[in-house]
Design a binder for this molecule. Structure first.
Ligand SMILES: N[C@@H](CCC[C@H](N)C(=O)O)C(=O)O
Length: 261
């Protein structure tokens, strides 16, 4: 059987997108990993199923490039909102369900404004911060971001004795560029490589910079794949609500896929 697939990217974080409202996509770790493979497949950092969900516009089901179901993906969330908009499921404002719960989003021209989960329990250490923004993130600061060996250092932390046994972590390297301006590079768990951008990672870095630098919302973040903005409110110290990830998400192409029998 054939099905149509779409490819979307949000600041260079790219996803195979499937309209699975009829729930007939054959979910298997091996099949999804083969579709995401950059030599033998379509090539992507992850795969997203858009499914029906009673009471909401849709459900987002996210898989990392290794084929395993992931925790929340911020850029994938922005891309699936663009996809739902392209399908005509809403016009300006949407609500949908993802693995971490309810999300709201708006579309204005090329910009998607995605409401992220509230953030609690930020752990501050001398050399890094740790927090869960829908996915777990390690945030560390560097002086010259372009010189960082993101893959080797990132995988060492992801599989290391502290975070490895707890399921691993995404690892973000941050350089402070100016007031309210960061540059970020991320090693992503489940892709097991550096990606061009990580939305939940960028969100974690902005909240970390607020706590360390005292900056107010919004914070601007440059990634390899483009620029994002993070807006938030801190009503109680260390408690972040109304957290928004803001930036572009676009359809790149579409094609036909042979589904396994
Ligand atoms: N690229 C994503 C993050 C995806 C989640 C992550 N790889 C994990 O499962 O830990 C983003 O934009 O947030």
């Amino acid at each position: 059987m054939n099905t149509v697939f779409y490819k979307y990217q949000g600041t260079g974080n790219d996803f195979v997108m499937i309209d699975d409202r009829e729930k007939n996509f054959p979910v298997s770790k091996e099949f999804i990993a083969s579709l995401c493979h950059r030599r033998f497949g379509i090539g992507a950092d992850g795969l997203i199923l858009l499914q029906n969900e009673t009471g909401y516009d849709f459900r987002m089901v996210y898989f990392n490039a290794d084929g395993g179901e992931g925790s929340m993906c911020g850029n994938g969330g922005r891309c699936v909102v663009r996809f739902a908009h392209d399908l005509g499921l809403f016009s300006e404002k949407t609500t949908f369900i993802a693995v971490d719960g309810l999300h709201e989003a708006t579309v204005s021209d090329d910009i998607i404004r995605l409401k992220m989960s509230s953030v609690r329990d930020v752990q501050k250490f001398d050399e890094h911060d740790f927090m869960n923004t829908g996915s777990p993130h390690y945030v560390t600061y560097v002086d010259h971001i372009e010189e960082v060996d993101v893959v080797n250092i990132g995988s060492g932390i992801r599989y290391g004795s502290v975070y490895g046994p707890k399921g691993g972590v995404n690892v973000n390297f941050v350089e402070v560029k100016d007031q309210n301006q960061l540059s970020v590079r991320t090693y992503e768990r489940g892709v097991e490589d550096e990606t061009f951008s990580c939305g939940t990672g960028v969100t974690a870095c902005a909240l970390s910079a607020h706590l360390r630098e005292g900056w107010e919302s919004p914070i601007h973040v440059k990634t390899i794949g483009g620029a994002l903005e993070v807006a938030f409110e801190e009503k109680q110290p260390g408690e972040f609500d109304d957290v928004y990830l803001i930036g572009p998400a676009v359809r790149v192409f579409e094609g036909k896929l042979n589904l396994p029998e």
